[in-house]
Design a protein around this ligand. Structure first.
Ligand SMILES: C[S@@+](CC[C@H](N)C(=O)[O-])C[C@H]1O[C@@H](n2cnc3c(N)ncnc32)[C@H](O)[C@@H]1O
Length: 467
């Protein structure tokens, strides 16, 4: 009796050895998601050469082969012997010309001949490695981007690739090199971001925000088809999508990619860095400086700020918490001290439960101080030199970063709970005189109501339109 690709997958998912599953990250794609991924390829009557990297039970390649013309062929690479055998079984039912290679993708030499490359790779972080390509080395920091570099190199000119991957490569410093390389090699044709994290891999316990990415090996097309909030349970062609000009999705020198057209109300603003503002990360790594942390204010000591000190829009000091609130005078020799003055502090990590990603707070310090490295601080210097902000700008900026429109902007840029300095530098920001006027509208308090902040910022948009 014929066992379907979905049945082979479900049986494998239920019987995977927990140890191997963890080690090789065997999170198997459910049949409806495999179908959605395969549906993104351009239909053609010509036979195609299909490649599946880290094929698991072969469900992805099978979904592509089922939609392809007679005479098509499949190559699947899978490191786990049991799953490689499952791939053989799955694929032999849908294609006459299949080859399953039971080896690591990183040890398999593939010619750039494939018309359809599909993959749902492992996602784990790795220590940074450089993968050689014809366009130079590409630095990657996790498994999925490493797989993507191999996948893209195996594509024929005009070939297409569909990947099920996390959203994290689209922003942040870590993925900069990979992003630039990918954008030079391929056209991004479609992006589908799943609205909810777990829906689509219900039996697999996946927590990251996941997307489908469709690429073609050719110069970038003018538009990208974007499903900003895709659902795994309906075919994609029955879901809401928008064609967005590519250049509206790309931000700045670091080529950050957003998933939605920018809110037009932000269009008149320059970025934070264009306003001469700079985002730096707090300089104190506590576990390397345990010897200077202090619970008491002693002669020569300096205040130490953690995200625990952020209270609403203010940054009180000292506060009751588990963290030491001072560093001793020895800090002076460690290059961690920031100069007296006004700043806007921003958390670097948020939790899923928090209503906002960005938590900004105003700090006016009348003495040199230290910020923990889980905080970013905004100033008007450079990466090498910290220069505090004029006080009204620090207050106006804190209010601006606390608006709903800024939080929404950040969510479009990043699918994770981290708040990166690199991304914040691209944040649309009112001019300095507008920030000063905003500061004049509302006092900074610990429990300012969101509506009042948003209402005060409303005026900024009319100033933009008027100017
Ligand atoms: C996230 S699972 C996805 C499996 C399958 N593509 C699917 O979508 O159901 C990743 C697969 O890659 C395999 N894998 C992990 N590291 C690998 C490597 N270096 N080379 C080849 N396969 C690998 C795992 O065994 C696993 O089957």
């Amino acid at each position: 009796m014929r066992t379907s690709a979905a049945e082979i997958r479900d049986h494998a998912a239920a019987t995977l050895s927990p140890e191997t599953q963890q080690r090789l990250e065997q999170f198997l794609t459910p049949a409806p998601v495999a179908d959605q991924a395969a549906s993104l390829f351009t239909p053609t009557r010509k036979p195609v050469r299909i490649l599946d990297l880290g094929s698991g039970t072969g469900i992805l390649a099978a979904a592509v082969a089922e939609r392809s013309a007679d005479g098509s062929s499949v190559v699947a690479v899978e490191q786990d012997a049991n799953l490689a055998a499952d791939s053989e079984r799955t694929l032999s039912q849908v294609c006459h010309n299949t080859k399953v290679i039971n080896a690591s993708v990183f040890e398999t030499l593939l010619d750039p001949v494939f018309d359809r490359v599909i993959l749902n790779p492992p996602y784990k972080k790795i220590s940074p490695i450089r993968i050689p390509t014809s366009a130079g080395d590409v630095k990657v920091t996790n498994q999925y981007t490493a797989f993507m570099v191999y996948a893209i190199q195996a594509m024929a000119d005009g070939g297409e690739c569909v990947a099920i991957i996390p959203r994290s490569w689209m922003n942040g410093e870590y993925f900069k090199d990979f992003r630039k390389w990918l954008l030079d090699e391929c056209s991004i044709d479609a992006i589908a971001v799943y609205g909810s994290r777990q829906d689509h891999f219900k039996d697999m316990d996946i927590l990251q925000e996941i997307m489908l990415l469709k690429l073609t090996k050719q110069a970038q097309r003018p538009d990208v088809l974007v499903y900003a909030s895709a659902s795994p349970s309906l075919p994609l062609d029955r879901q809401q999508a928008e064609r967005v000009p590519f250049n509206q999705l790309i931000l700045g020198h670091d080529r950050i990619i957003r998933v939605q057209r920018q809110n037009p109300r932000l269009a008149g603003f320059d970025t934070l860095s264009e306003q001469g503002l700079w985002v730096s990360t707090g300089k104190l790594v506590w576990f390397r400086n345990r010897d200077i942390l202090s619970t008491q204010d002693t002669p020569g000591s300096h205040p130490l700020y953690w995200s625990d000190n952020q209270a609403g829009l203010l940054t009180p000091h000292p506060v009751e918490c588990k963290r030491e609130q001072w560093v001793t005078a020895q800090a002076d020799a460690r290059n961690v001290l920031l100069p007296t003055g006004s700043y806007c502090l921003v958390n670097r990590f948020s939790s899923k439960e928090q209503a906002r990603r960005i938590h900004a707070s105003y700090l006016q310090s009348n003495t040199g101080f230290v910020a923990d490295n889980k905080l970013n601080y905004i100033h008007q210097g450079t990466s090498r030199r910290t220069i505090p902000l004029p006080d009204d700008i620090a207050r106006g900026l804190t209010l601006w970063l606390s608006t709903s429109i800024v939080d929404e902007w950040y969510r479009q840029i990043s699918g994770s709970t981290q708040v990166n300095a690199t991304d914040l530098r691209q944040l649309p920001c009112p001019s300095r005189s507008q920030l000063a006027q905003l500061a004049g509208k509302l006092p900074i308090e610990d429990d300012l109501d969101q509506e009042r902040i948003d209402h005060a910022a409303e005026g900024l948009f009319s100033w933009t339109t008027a100017s």
